[in-house]
Design a protein around this ligand. Structure first.
Ligand code: KG4
Ligand code: ZN
Length: 338
């Protein structure tokens, strides 16, 4: 089964063709980074307008690169939640019109589950595993028992991990997009220059939760108090100290979840999963196998949508033309499911 996947939830306009949920035939990602850089953040109105302008060409290119015509597609998968409403609507409307015109099934895909599915495009991974989704909008530690069967153990109680990277990078003018800029600078910095406070969230229902707003505030407003003057206050040192605090918090919660569940495999996805220090930390966890998607499928892409959508379509899932977007998904923690 060959599925076209369309992704437009944020600032990447992407389309891909994937066969049988696993084999990527083509993957095209048109990034809007240059269009948002001057504002140091994604401007929703600009994002949706660019998706309107680009989506047709992006889908066309994905088909061309796969050497397929529309008549050779068996279904259309599209991100319909969560994300920026205007941007999601562009992809969903396009996907609906296309599926209707070629008389093939349409399926709406949860972007967060798709990030968790991305490593399965290149690796043989068995469920259950521990999922870690860390991106600009989401921070999630979960037990995954199937491609759409996850139980959320921990989330952020405020900012997402990537959001904290982006905001600190914006404040110190480190570069855009922030996470990648911090990662690059941190490689030449010394994390000992500043010891950030660790949030006290260890108890009760927050056992696996993280909180980034305190760290972000400390990094922006309390450097004078926290900085060790034996180290120069360079961009590199700020980046290294912040990155260490942000990643260590995540890894400490993940370690607890691994110990409590006995799971030995961590599958990481989302933009922050590209972080060098995070990968170093996970590689050193004793007895744990950490799996990542290739860098091309770490950030937003159409292949993860086509892959997961292919599994759903093969199972018989199908959405009607009344399918709508959801900027948010229901509180994960309430029922444990997206
Ligand atoms: O998955 P993604 O492309 O989009 C969302 O679904 O949000 O993730 C984007 C996020 C941004 O916050 C970006 O700063 C962060 O991932 N990011 C990184 C790195 N590369 C991207 N954060 C830390 N280290 C990186 N190398
Ligand atoms: Zn994403």
């Amino acid at each position: 089964m060959r599925v076209l996947g369309i992704e437009s939830s944020c600032d990447e306009c992407a389309a891909a063709l994937v066969e049988d949920g696993r084999r990527v035939l083509s993957s095209v990602v048109a990034t809007q980074i240059a269009h948002h850089a001057q504002w140091d953040g994604v401007v929703p109105e600009i994002a949706s307008r660019l998706h309107v302008e680009w989506i047709s060409a992006v889908v066309r290119q994905a088909l061309d690169e796969a050497g397929l015509s529309l008549s050779q597609i068996d279904g259309v998968a599209v991100t319909n939640r969560p994300g920026l409403a205007g941007s999601l609507l562009v992809g969903l409307s396009f996907a609906k019109a296309l599926a209707w015109s070629i008389e093939k099934p349409l399926v709406g895909v949860n972007h967060i589950l798709a990030h968790l599915y991305a490593p399965l495009l290149s690796e043989d991974i068995q469920w259950p595993f521990m999922g870690l989704v860390v991106s600009g909008g989401h921070t999630l530690i979960c037990r995954a028992d199937g491609f759409d069967d996850i139980t959320v153990l921990g989330t952020t109680i405020d900012d997402a991990a990537g959001e904290a990277f982006d905001k600190v990078a914006k404040f110190y003018g480190l570069g855009y997009p922030g996470g990648l800029a911090v990662d690059k600078l941190a490689r030449n910095g010394d994390a000992r220059a500043c010891k950030f406070p660790v949030p006290n969230l260890y108890k009760g229902e927050h056992r696996y939760d993280v909180s980034y707003s305190g760290l972000k505030t400390a990094a922006i407003h309390q450097l004078d108090k926290l900085w060790d003057d034996a180290y120069p206050r360079s961009k590199e040192n700020i980046a290294a100290a912040f990155e260490k605090a942000a990643v260590d918090m995540l890894v400490s919660r993940l370690q607890k979840a691994l110990a409590d569940t006995g799971l030995r495999t961590v599958v990481a996805g989302g933009g922050v999963a590209a972080n060098t220090y995070l990968r170093e930390r996970l590689a050193k966890l004793p007895g744990i196998r950490a799996v990542y998607p290739p860098l091309a499928y770490c950030g937003d892409n159409g292949a993860m949508i086509a892959g997961l959508g292919g599994m759903m379509l093969a199972r018989g899932d199908k959405d009607g033309l009344e399918l709508n977007v959801s900027p948010r998904v229901a509180g994960f923690k309430k029922n444990g499911r997206p």
